[in-house]
Design a binder for this molecule. Sequence first.
Ligand SMILES: [Zn+2]
Length: 323
Amino acid sequence: MSREALDDLKQQIPLLDYLQAHDWRPARRLSRGRWMGLCPLHSDHQPSFLVDPSKSLFYCYGCGHGGDLIRFVELYHQVRFPEALALLHQWRGVAPLVQQAASYYRRQLHRHAEAVAYLQHRGLRSPVLIEHMRIGYAPGGCLRGWLTRLGYPLPALRQAGLVTAAGRDAFTHRVVFPLEGNLYGRSLSVAAPPHRFLPGAKGGLYAWEQVRHYPEVILVEGLFDYAVLWQAGFHNVTCSMGNHLNVRQYRELCDRPRTVYLAFDADANGSGQQASESLAGRLREQGVNVLRVSLPEGHDPNSFFVHDGHARQFRSLLEAARR
Ligand SMILES: [Zn+2]
């Protein structure tokens, strides 16, 4: 890749945009438009990560890392230079489309009574929560038209997985949660597969930048579990979107000494318990204090709250959690 092509890539993806898309939040404004925030590269307790948006450079006073966008991607994803470039190319292609789709879906949510009714039925009632999770709704049959009118070519929509090979909206009658560079759609219809993601990685732990500074973290399997806990005031909750953690999620949980409360589903066939036992073992090897939360038989955190569980009762489950 030529020097010019590299400069182009860096110009097209401002470092600050990339950081914010990965949940980084500036904590303090400095002179000359620079920002300080928590460092995403080490376990930081006071903002020591400096970003200069005008130069697209960063420097951390804690871990001493610094550089440009590509250097950041190398460090953050722990990849080498060529892989960092590949990640950035892919991100540049897909990220704006996924963001457009997510904001379109958000506008649809309150226009479709069935979507709001479904959220209520799953115990998601608070407007603050809906705003926090940026929840949307995919009615189906309209996203393709919208994005095409905005000038996105059909092959790009297909490549992002938003439109099927047959040219239809991939998400139909689904409540949609934006993730980092991806979307999760939960089907309202029992006839369709319940869970769906766009192709590509599901990313790190959900809302990790907002959670990582807590010494005690609650880990759940599903975003509906996350939602009811967050709504009940447990803001130290995060979600792995399935009971199998990817490498990045695993690394995030181990990035400093902490206590992790595992609140996976207590399903009848025992696969949830097995998954949580094996995960607990691996995390302990890394020095993480893991406590397993026992939910009443057949419950997950979502159904626990939907069936009249209260924050106080869940707190007693946390207190009773065992190794
Ligand atoms: Zn640092």
